[in-house]
Design a protein around this ligand. Sequence first.
Ligand code: GUN
Ligand code: ZN
Length: 454
Amino acid sequence: MLIRASLLSAPTLQELHFEADGGLVVDGMGTIADAGAFDAVSARHPGLAVEDLRPFWILPGLVDLHAHLPQYEAVAADGLELLPWLERHIYPAEERFSDGAHASATARKYLNDALALGTTTTVLYATIHAEATDAIFREAEACGIRAIIGKTMMDRHAPEALLEDTETSLKESEALCRAWHGKDGGRLHYAFTPRFAPSCSRELMIGAGRLARKYDAFVQTHLAENLQELEWVRGLFPEADCYTDVYRRFGLLGSRTLLGHGIHLLPSERKLIREHGCSLVHCPSSNAFLQSGIMPLRRWLEEGLTIGLGTDVGAGPSLSMFREMGGACTASKLKRAAQHLQSARLREVGGLTEDQKARLSEALDLDPLPALDATGAFHLATRGGARALGFGDRLGALEAGFDADFLVVDVRLSDPFGQVSADPAHVLSRLIYRSDPRLVQSAYVRGRRCFHRA
Ligand code: GUN
Ligand code: ZN
């Protein structure tokens, strides 16, 4: 198949690749065989039938690195911060996943909605229920989305109905990993999922880390999201130097570890994360919704941390990664605006030495870099997210040799006059800041059309 359309991708945080009249060839294995200017591509593949999709644009599929599928029904329940919100709104929704049929129905709806909004790779928390986790995998297998999924592990500090025995949790997780990790040529993967330090015993975390290494599977958990949570972790694990050190001690930090949030991190923790090759998942909509804080994203990217984006549904109010990109830009701009104010105040304070000012500036977490822009956010939601998964050489680009995970998008829906602007950076900015829920016309994973707008 040779598709004719405009092609847009972001190979780095600063660069856009744009081909106004582009051609994309997908082979029978679901790999991009060729991409570039239409004339050149069609000349290299003279016999191929052309599917002319103009004026639609083709974008790489979006990568959502952190979401809780069972929380879909509890999405956007406002008014509380993390810990009371979990108790009041989230745990009751997760308890309902003891019903396998309910889990299947929710999964079918969630995954189709995610594809319709452009997510072709999703990394999901299930609940403690093995049957529900298996049901989510089966729905993902059927609908064609690329997915990394894990049964949430909790053996303390949760409601009775969501507590499991340590051994059972490890056994059931291992069985699910054996059933699903690497399935369908690597489209589906398993993530060992100790929810977060407060809901896991030391034995459970040690066991999860050991199993992840045994099967070369992913690990996902939450880190340093909320200040009350930080206090709790300090009290529960007095032996650890810091929150990240808890996970290090129990063997959970590795190159396939995804750490959700990580807003409140000391320089020493960021060093640990870098040294172990873990990825951070930035969830700006969720962090605003639960009043958790704002990650100094630009500075941490500059420090060399690997970071991708996640919706964190149900704390994130939408499944849309277009909206999440907008959220990331807005959060970054607010961080920068707050920093202007703090810098101005700091200049006004008399009697401080330069050294004291420098230390204060560091303690205030000031981010001196320009805010994240649409190109940067688009990169994080595509190639950057793929890199966070260790798939940077296969996913997130419209280049020969990459998996054919891509979207067909009607960019006119974000334009105030329903037109196609000549400036690709401006079009992208509108896709992100004026995202329309009908933007995505079709979504492809490995060349298979998984969603099509009728
Ligand atoms: N920390 C532990 N569990 C959760 C969860 O379900 N959502 C969020 N946002 N943070 C958590
Ligand atoms: Zn989460």
